[in-house]
Design a protein around this ligand. Structure first.
Ligand code: GSH
Length: 204
């Protein structure tokens, strides 16, 4: 399998991390949205959405959207529960990540980290993203005060998805000291067998 992605993107880190946790081999193809590669006709033919990450299967088929990739890769493993209710709870967190977490925390991070986006970081926008991101972290805090993992007693792709940008929330300007259960959960994820940090890529 081949994963097209950028090493400094949390969305792209998600499938890399899951593959590491599963101990499965894959090829990382560095593909930057910042140098125009994701908008080339060649890339758009693979993924009309024009974003990374993108998974290429061994038979040449593709899957886009980080959380769809996680569900595909995690199928049949401990990271995607078979029970319909437990599975729906995992889906709930994946949708939460895409609607309430990533659009705030990842976007605020990008406005700070990427100089070419600095002009978009108006004080009003940064304040709004801070407030909404803190709300998302508070939702996680409430859950993680009750259960060790987001979807309950066992780690799942929900933890992989939400780890990616939460571990970088400090860089985005969020104070994780205000969320002790989230901080404890981050440490638990780091202790999972096979865990790798965001800058890791396999030796292709
Ligand atoms: N919902 C998508 C978001 C992916 C996304 O926004 N990727 C960024 C990099 S983190 C990207 O490719 N941006 C390029 C662009 O928007 O042109 C996912 O979860 O995969």
């Amino acid at each position: 399998m081949r994963i097209y992605g950028m090493l400094d993107s949390g969305n792209c880190y998600k499938p890399r991390l899951l593959m590491a946790l599963l101990g499965r081999p894959f090829e990382h193809v560095e593909t930057s949205s910042r140098d125009g590669t994701t908008r080339t006709p060649g890339y758009l033919a693979k993924n009309p959405i024009g974003k990374v990450p993108l998974l290429e299967l061994d038979d040449g088929r593709f899957i886009a959207e980080s959380n769809a990739i996680l569900l595909y890769l995690g199928e049949g493993t401990r990271y995607v529960p078979a029970d319909p209710h437990d599975r729906a709870v995992v889906h709930q967190w994946l949708f939460f990540e895409q609607y309430s977490h990533e659009p705030n925390i990842a976007v605020r991070r990008s406005l700070i980290v990427y100089p070419e986006r600095a002009h978009l970081a108006t004080p009003e926008r940064m304040a709004g993203l801070l407030e909404a991101g803190n709300k998302a972290l508070a939702v996680m805090e409430t859950q993680l005060a009750k259960t060790p993992w987001l979807a309950g007693a066992a780690p799942s792709v929900a933890d992989v998805a939400l780890f990616a940008y939460t571990q970088d929330a400090g860089l985005a300007g969020y104070d994780l000291n205000a969320f002790p259960h989230v901080a404890g959960w981050l440490d638990r994820v780091r202790l999972l067998d096979g865990f790798r940090g965001m800058d890791w890529q396999p030796t292709n």
